[in-house]
Design a protein around this ligand. Structure first.
Ligand SMILES: Nc1nc2c(c(=O)[nH]1)N[C@H]1C(S)=C(S)[C@@H](COP(=O)(O)O)O[C@H]1N2
Ligand SMILES: [Mo]
Length: 595
């Protein structure tokens, strides 16, 4: 390989290292993320002990379980004591609480519809996010082999050597694709776009939910779904037996739900929904770095696992709920929820079918729309949730962990540097390495590697949160960015600090250097450091030698590795495609990533 002039960072304008194409058009899946092949997700398997079982086993198990339940319930209903039990506890809440006789008001019916729309996108985008790191663990270190659920095979053993950057199995290698109709947008490593859907719809869903809570309690509608007597339990048992025996209880759903309905609705509205929100927040680096939740039972991987379990509950609920609407008096039930009246009008059915058609169009359109207009998805997402993310960035990271928390395995990510320049510097142990620090500063400098080691050293044990879902705890040693800022003295106009890597981003053909921008204020945090050590040893190539950034407030992709230069700028609109970093430009991530 010849060392062409363009390969070298020396003496060039830093911004020229970046790919300038605006990339507003369609996504080309063949060249996406370095042209990774579209490996599809496997049907989830679950680990029990050391063995893996396909979740497809649930199908025969469920069918067998249903048959047994039906036989058992029909048998039980022959007994006299069961007769009198069902007589005393017929199932409906009418037996112990007054009826709700105000019908289903319009706000409730509309909110129910909005909820369906939001949930369908939330669930699909959520699955896409899972597919970007298709393993669920309970330990903060996300160690391969310890996951309890996975959507692909085990990590290849011969690709887990951290000293061999050339063969390392990265988190990106681990991502999988979903069918376009299932995930949004389906193709591999599309988490940036999926997150805009997930977070925007989440905000709508939360607002809808809060309004729903307020109206429930201010109108008395809460009485439908909040149990008001312990009698709800025997009534739920009674309902279960009656359903299972296929001799259904009376449907009085317009005024009184039965025990099972009350418990299921209560659990969904007042337990699962808020828990989904909380377990979402617990996955955020800014929150964990502020409060130190990363260790122990509230760690990100437990939160992810719970978040996923809630998803399973939601899917289970939706399936059972919809089935029951169909089998317990379809037209009557539709009248309740569409028209709000206890009638048997076929108008309700017609409206229901029309709405379902609209939902089907939205369902089918979401992925193609996202693939065709990714920049619009990114901009709209930013418009909807950007302010929430900027709010979350106000926190000051302070969580530190113990030596014993350090993860035995630390997932790697990203494409290593391939230039001759990098190899030469590496070969003579960074003797000729020069860190350029320039831009809007009083005194541009270049620092040698020895010069950097001579600056005051700081160490911190912190947790890394990759956007893809894995996390890992490591001890980082290096120099505070603030130390370097003191040397160059930023001008008042400087607002952002740009970190340029030696490595190009992964897209092919060559699309310029990896880079990312950080707020100057964040770089003054005592925990913002340029690390040259990891776990007490010199930083290796895989994890970013000679220097990599740690900004504990933000997700992993903003922690630029193999740093070649630093520039202070007023804004980043003129850099690359103007979105604030390589992944922001090319993979439609947001530039604020405290969650
Ligand atoms: N230059 C460069 N830096 C990079 C990346 C990259 O692709 N190129 N990947 C980022 C991502 S997505 C993550 S999660 C972290 C991973 O750091 P690690 O390999 O030390 O775990 O590096 C970040 N820094
Ligand atoms: Mo990442």
């Amino acid at each position: 390989m010849s060392d062409s002039a363009e390969n070298s960072s020396r003496g060039r304008r830093l911004e020229d290292l970046l790919d300038q194409s605006r990339l507003d058009g369609r996504i080309d899946i063949d060249t996406w993320a370095g042209g990774i092949s579209q490996d599809n997700a496997q049907v989830p398997s679950v680990r029990i002990g050391r063995r893996w079982f396909s979740s497809l086993w649930l199908l025969p198990i469920t069918i067998a379980g249903l048959i047994v339940a039906i036989a058992l319930a029909q048998h039980l209903r022959q007994y006299e004591w069961m007769h009198s039990f069902i007589e005393s506890y017929p199932g409906t809440s009418a037996s112990y609480a007054p009826a709700v006789d105000t019908g289903f008001p319009a706000w409730l019916r509309w909110q129910h519809l909005f909820n369906i729309v939001f949930m369908m996108f939330l669930i699909r985008a959520g699955l896409q996010i899972l597919a970007d790191h298709p393993r669920l663990y309970l330990n903060a270190g996300s160690r391969p082999g310890t996951e309890w659920l996975r959507l692909r095979d085990a990590v290849p053993e011969d690709r887990m050597d951290p000293e061999n950057a050339a063969t390392a199995w990265t988190a990106k290698d681990d991502s999988v694709a979903l069918p376009k109709w299932l995930g949004i947008p389906g193709f591999r490593h599309s988490i940036g776009l999926a997150r805009w859907w997930h977070f925007s719809l989440d905000l709508f869903w939360l607002v809808n939910g809060i309004v729903f809570y307020v109206l429930l309690f201010s109108t008395g509608q809460w009485r439908r779904i909040v149990p008001r007597s312990w009698d709800v339990f025997p009534n739920a048992v009674s309902t279960a037996v009656q359903y299972a025996s296929l001799d259904f209880p009376a449907n009085e759903g317009f005024t009184n739900y039965n025990g099972l309905q009350i418990l299921a609705y209560f659990a969904t509205v007042f337990v699962a929904a808020p828990l989904a929100f909380v377990t979402g927040l617990l996955q955020a680096p800014s929150i964990a770095a502020r409060f130190g939740f990363g260790r122990g039972v509230l760690n990100r991987q437990v939160a992810r696992s719970l978040h996923f379990t809630i998803l399973l509950w939601m899917i289970f609920f939706i399936l059972v709920h919809t089935t029951m609407v169909f089998v317990t008096g379809f037209v009557g039930n539709l009248n309740h929820i569409v028209l709000g009246t206890e009638t048997e009008s076929y108008w309700a059915l017609a409206i229901y079918v029309a709405v379902m058609l609209v939902l089907a169009v939205l369902w089918v359109g979401a992925s193609p729309l996202t693939i065709r207009h990714p920049r619009i998805v990114q901009r709209s997402g930013r418009a909807v949730v950007g302010w929430v993310k900027s709010f979350m960035e106000w926190s000051h990271p302070k969580a530190i962990y113990d030596e014993k928390d350090i993860s035995p395995f630390f997932w790697p990510n990203g494409d290593r540097p391939r230039s001759d320049e990098y190899r030469r510097l590496q070969a003579d142990d960074w003797k000729n390495y020069e860190l350029r620090v320039e831009g809007l500063v009083e005194k541009p400098i270049t620092l040698s590697y020895a010069g950097i080691l001579a600056l005051p050293k700081t160490e911190q044990i912190t947790q890394h949160y990759c956007i893809q879902g894995w996390s890992g705890i490591a001890k980082w040693g290096g120099v505070r960015v603030s130390e370097i800022l003191d040397l160059v003295r930023p001008l008042p106009e400087a607002k952002w600090v740009v970190f340029y890597s030696f490595a190009d981003g992964p897209a092919t053909p060559g699309t310029g250097r990896y880079y990312d921008c950080h707020r100057l204020a964040h770089m003054r945090e005592p925990m913002a450091i340029l690390a040259y050590e990891m776990n007490g040893r010199r930083l290796n190539e895989l994890h970013g030698a000679p220097l990599r950034l740690r900004n504990e407030l933000e997700l992993g992709f903003k922690q630029v590795k193999w740093i070649a230069a630093i520039e202070l700028v007023h804004d980043f609109a003129h850099l690359g495609a103007g979105q604030g970093g390589y992944n922001e430009d090319r993979e439609f991530f947001g530039y604020r990533m405290p969650i």
